[in-house]
Design a protein around this ligand. Structure first.
Ligand code: FES
Length: 106
C-alpha cells in the first residue's frame, strides 16, 4: 500500500491507502475523496481527474504522455505541476505522495 494525501480545495486532507497498481484517480474515487469526477473512467479522455502534484514529488512520477498533455488543455486551470490522476499508476515508491484537487473539474 502507498499512503496518498489528497488535499481538497477547501484545505481538507484525505489520507488514504492506495493499492499498488491502482491509478491515483481510482485511489481517490474508491475511497470517496471528493473533487475527482473521472467522467471517462480513466481513458484519458475527459480531464476531470485533474490534480496538482506537490512539486517535491514531480521527479518521482513518469513523464506525461502526449495524450495526457493534450487532454490537460481541457482542464480548467492548469499549472506546471498539473497531471491527470488516471494516468499515474500507484507504486510503493509513491508512498507519501501529496496531490491537491482543484476547486472544480468543469
Ligand atoms: S478520468 Fe478521464 S481523463 Fe482521467
Amino acid at each position: 500500500m502507498a499512503k496518498i494525501t489528497y488535499i481538497t480545495h477547501d484545505g481538507r486532507e484525505h489520507v488514504v491507502d492506495v493499492a499498488p497498481g491502482w491509478s491515483l484517480m481510482e485511489g481517490a474515487v474508491k475511497n470517496r475523496v471528493p473533487g475527482i469526477d473521472a467522467d471517462c473512467g480513466g481513458a484519458s479522455a475527459c480531464a476531470t481527474c485533474h490534480v496538482y502534484v506537490d512539486p517535491a514529488w514531480l521527479p518521482a512520477l513518469p513523464p506525461k504522455s502526449d495524450i495526457e498533455e493534450a487532454m490537460l488543455d481541457f482542464a480548467l486551470v492548469t499549472a506546471p505541476n498539473s497531471r491527470l490522476s488516471c494516468q499515474i499508476r500507484v507504486t510503493s515508491d509513491l508512498d507519501g505522495l501529496v496531490v491537491r484537487i482543484p476547486f472544480s473539474q468543469h
